[in-house]
Design a protein around this ligand. Sequence first.
Ligand code: FEC
Length: 316
Amino acid sequence: MSNKIGVLVMSYGTPESMEDIEAYYTHIRRGNKPSEEQLKELTDRYEAIVGGVFPLRENTDNQVRKLQDTLNRDKRSEGVEFVCYQGLKHAAPFIEDGVEQMVKDGIKQAVGIVLAPHYSVMSVGTYMKRAQAKADEMGLRISFVESYHLHPSLIEALSKRVSAKLDLFEEAGALRDNVRVLFSAHSLPERILSMGDPYQDQLLQTSKAVAEQAKVGKWQFTWQSAGRTHEPWLGPDILDTLQALNQEQVEDVLVAPIGFVSDHLEVLYDLDIEAKAVAKEMDMRLERIDSLNSDPLYMETLSDCVIKAWEQASAE
Ligand code: FEC
């Protein structure tokens, strides 16, 4: 019997090159091609952040490799070998490809985890559904980590980042307690609220835990990166929040995008370019905490959750 445990590490995915943006966007839009104008708008955003390089790909590769190392270094993994496979939502290797590869490699038992700490039926839920469907088709036993938004190592990693940036504000002459900390995450359609979705509550729980640990004076939560569809999305959006803070005469703002774990478009464009430009116009200083990327504390968070899910599935 194989002592290999498969770990399906799922992430959003990004285009491989500028030429792939259309196919990627079409996949996000469930098979509907974007208009010329929509495609240009997205291409311009990618060009603005990196000019032909897609940071999410390399970051995900690193996270997956380092997670595998962390898992196999853990004492609890003695006697088994964890093997990580990527499964991306909107690019190759797709979630289904990852599951298929595991089965081809003779893996019988697996754990799935998403590189996003908060559960929503519209985010993590859809990754899990696709992985479960493919696993059922191929006869693979798979269990999932649904969320890890309050894992102590995650809270520690985020709190350290918030504290480090508050130190910089202080060094530049600001009063620590006057810096407004904005915790943010990707918006979703408002209808998730009537579905009893835990997404918003989990995000507020992470925000509160980090604010307490980093001894933040004033904080609030705001949404970002809402989709361009006709239905209402959760708000307030960060750009409106910045306007409101300007009315309150807040001069120093630190954004902590706790819903994201990597440098990518939604952080490097929506915050570092778009939100910063709005803040600058109002003479507001806006900084952002560093992304987690492959921080050892984040790797520990993922590893611990995977091992616990594997132990639980093995005991059943
Ligand atoms: O750097 C990159 O190449 C990829 C950055 C990226 C991340 C990301 C994460 C999340 N999304 C979530 C929800 C939605 C919903 C729609 C939607 C649309 C887009 C588009 C791009 C895009 N998302 Fe994304 N998302 C990233 C990129 N996202 C590009 C298409 C253009 C646009 O609207 O800006 C709307 C889909 C629809 O039309 O029906 C909904 C959520 C996350 C965070 C959790 C996760 O990582 O899965 C939720 C990174």
